[in-house]
Structure formats: C-alpha cells, structure tokens
Design a protein. Structure first.
Length: 194
C-alpha cells in the first residue's frame, strides 16, 4: 500500500540514513552547520553554477532555512558520512500527486572527498525513488557545467530539453539544459549494477 503524502512529507522533514549517508534536514542543523552551509553556498566554486549567484547574508540564509519548516515542496539536506560532511542535496518543486521533483546537488567545496559527487547523486536517487517513491526526477544545469553533466549522465540522466539563453552570466547568455530520469530507468540501472 503506497505511503500517504502526509507520511512522506513528515519523513522528508526528518534526518534520514540512506546507505551509510546521514541526511541532516536543514531545519535540524545546529548553528555551526548552518554557518558552514552558508560558507559553502557563498563560495565562488558553488555560486558560479547557481541560478541565483549573489552573496547570501546570514539573515537571508536563516530566513530561508526557517521558511522550510512549513514548506511542502522544497527539502534540503546536509549529507554526512561518518564524521565527513560530503555536501548538499535537495528535492525541490516536489509534486507528490504527479510523483515528480527537481534535484539539487553540490559537494563540499572546502574538503575534496574522492567520489563525493557520485555518492551524493546515488543517495539522492535512493531518496527520490526508494523513499519518496517519485516517478520522475528532473534537474537544470548550465550548458557549460561539463563536470556536473558528466556526473548526471553517469547516474542515468539524459537531456530532455534546453532553456535557450535562459541566464545572463559572465557577459553572455547561457542555455540551461533540462535533464531527467524516470523510476523505470533508475531501476534498470540499479539492477544492472552500474
């Protein structure tokens, strides 16, 4: 019997454990973790790939985290394995009726951890398809973010479209690529052991 939307939403507000990775819901972070997440998000390495690339103030960051307490569409997690912080993952624009959402992901920019991107991506896929029971998962990525695109392809995502000249950055217009994966595609990849 499928889990109710209320139960899924309640579960997403909790800290979760998926395949040895602890997902700390942003609303449950301590002050030190909140400050670390802000530092990461404001780093040039991360900001340059975000649709919103301004430097975020502590007040804006804390308001954002507080707003997530009553948000049934957007869920952000700090991912941790043992004592190492791996990065951030999110499910946004969650639509439980149609069983779809968008993802967000970035690795810890302060400590390079081998395989962190793949680990975060695989954890996010398990969260989306095994915990939340989504049917399809989408993402948006700048056309020139080759490293991220390669990771998404490795995880099983394929290009579904382009938002032409969607963002003005670095003095020029950039396309944003829309990529996606269905539950069936995820299950096939998982069964094949890729």
């Amino acid at each position: 019997m499928p889990e109710s939307a209320e139960n899924i939403l309640a579960h997403l507000r909790e800290d979760l454990e998926i395949s040895g990775v602890t997902l700390l819901n942003f609303t449950n972070l301590d002050e030190k973790e909140k400050e670390m997440v802000l530092r990461w998000r404001n780093s040039e390495e991360i900001r340059r790939w975000m649709l919103t690339d301004h430097t975020i103030s502590l007040e804006e960051h804390l308001r954002f985290i507080d707003s997530l307490r009553n948000d049934n569409k957007n869920f952000y997690f700090l991912a941790k394995r043992a004592s190492e912080y791996l990065g951030i993952i999110s499910l946004t624009r969650v639509d439980l009726r149609n069983r779809n959402a968008y993802l967000g992901i970035y690795a810890n920019p302060e400590k390079k951890i081998a395989g962190a991107g793949s680990m975060l991506g695989e954890t996010l896929l398990k969260l989306a398809f095994d915990v939340v029971k989504l049917h399809t998962l989408k993402l948006e990525v700048f056309e020139d973010n080759e490293r991220a695109i390669a990771l998404y392809r490795k995880l099983g995502f394929s290009e579904e479209g382009r938002l032409k000249e969607f963002v003005f950055r670095d003095g020029k217009w950039k396309d944003v690529i829309v990529m996606g994966i269905t539950e069936e595609e995820y299950r096939k990849i998982r069964c094949s052991g890729k």
